[in-house]
Write a protein that binds this ligand. Sequence first.
Ligand code: IVH
Length: 679
Amino acid sequence: MSERAVERIAELRNQLDLWNYQYHVLDAPTVADAEYDAAMNELRALEDEYPELITPESPTQTVGSFAPSSFPEVHHPRAMLSLSNVFSEEELTAWSTRVERLADGEAVQYIVEPKIDGFAVALTFVDGELTVAATRGNGEVGDDITPNVRALRTIPTKLHTPTMLPMPGTIEIRGEIYMRKSDFEALNRRVEEAGGKAFMNPRNAAAGSVRQKDPGVTAQRPLRMFAYQIGYVLDGEMPETQYDCLRFLRELGFPTSLDAERFDTVEEVWQRLDYWLERRESLDFEIDGAVIKVDNLELQEQIGYVARDPRWATAYKFPAVQRTTRLLDIQINVGRTGTLNPLAILEPVNIGGVMVSRSTLHNEDEIARKDIRIGDTVVVQRAGDVIPQIVSVITEKRDGSEVPYHMPEHCPACGSPTFRDPEKAMRYCTNAACPAQRKERIRHFVSRGAMDIEGIGENLSDRLVDVGYVQDVSDIYRLTHEQIANMEGLGEKSASNLTASIAKSKEKPLWRLINGLGIRHIGERNAQALADRFGSLQAMMDATVEDIKSIPGMGEVLALSAYDFGQESHNRELVQRLTEYGLTVAEEKVVDDSPKPLAGLTLVLTGKLEIFTRPQAEAALRDLGANMTGSVSKNTSAVIAGADAGSKATKAQSLGIPILGEEAIARLLRGEIPEEIAN
Ligand code: IVH
């Protein structure tokens, strides 16, 4: 067996695990579907060739049932907070004005540190020995990654004896695990020489390396850590300032955020931010901004917190980095509903220390609007962890050899004609039986947000389509034990597990089934609303557009889409079969006469929530009668914005709709309606 294959398989699994984690757990995909599929296909092909290397943890076996709880949980005794952002001098000044007001006459010193773009961890040391290493997780609960951190020689597991203060009985040290740009490039070169595909950026490589199931793999990754905060101290003393915390951390044996400096005025702080912006590219690690903190810890507490952000600190985020490169090609990937999704293939370019070779193109109108031609020199931008984007074309660089791009008239997966929806910017494959679409539909049906059938990952659902066992989702319920057991790489045991989880899925709630059907525009939230309103698939299929539109939050487009679905005879036949196979196609309507103090409110949740998960909060608010919607309109009563809230908050602002912090959720759940809304 070739060593190359072994290494490549390991790389692919790591990369896919990370992408799955980002997608399923963080809900923040960083990769285009086509790229993900290519990695998965390559892994599948290698595993087909070397079936002895298949492990139950391989993403080919587990995708779709990715378990966020694959690490034990750690409850953070003190929540790991996030930071508010400022993007300009005005915003910085506004922030410091508030800080100084809250300081109530006391002189404020600021400390400015680079904001390292890595992966936050909290390390607990008892009597100088590392006892627990945890990820940030949702800020309250993280993953226990102690064995992985112990395996790293670059992170101390035993503290040095300090001189400033006695060694604390217990100290929690917080910081950022990161990968140097040079180490990242070298790692990627090794991966590529081994025939593998490179990591997206140092942050992803670091995050993926830390969250390995096998500490031996983590140990081989060039990870480092900067400490930037003391979480808490028990049986010991805390230094008085952040500046001294950093000194203390260095005494204890930790590298700390580089060149942290103190300033008395916001003007000096602003100059220092400029300095970091200039230094940014010459540093051997990625920084995505700088953090400004009030230096005095006692004053920090006095200034306090709002929702999950400290008011005593903020992050200045650098603008996105742009570079030019050449557009080599445009590839198409076919989505579940038959959409043709274009993907730009770029001449690899280093953007702020990271090689970029792909970017999203959204749709053909965007290609036309930006007049993007193959061979063009284009400006590409990368901001944080998001997928790079083409900003514009440098038309002056054209030499006439550039080729305008036209979306294919025939589906690249099945060859059927494609159809441009005149109302939308989308082009579709017209063949409902297109194998690419079929695979996407099955993948969607079994996925976590839909029927969540454990054991059928993307790999297996594709193969079930390839061998012809599964044509549509109802065929899953006709699979026999023998069919599964005889598939390569599976066996009696997997077949038993799988038939059991398929059988179990029949009892899943109706909304999951509705979501699983993959009706265009109908996701989890709308599926729940449809299930609540109609109580059965049949009733939903028989409903008129008006009926559907009467559901709060269900607009014309959604209602038409759900209605059209019900009108198609093959969909009705499908539902018929699902009913025969015993799935939950109807639900007893529970008569809910609980009080509805929030009736009449239309709320939108946006941004990163810290205390609640979004589905949790939405379900709880809905139970109290609130109408939860996904987009802001003039009918919205209020927007509840967590950290990094984007366009929805901006829109609310422009419509004069109140924007509340996450803490409003707790108040609403107690039935209190904040004044801002009441008025
Ligand atoms: S202070 C409440 N200092 O940025 C204080 N954070 O957006 C929060 N980060 O989760 C942390 N460099 O992972 C702090 N010098 C620095 C940092 C830093 C990077 C990260 C950290 C945090 C995130 C907040």
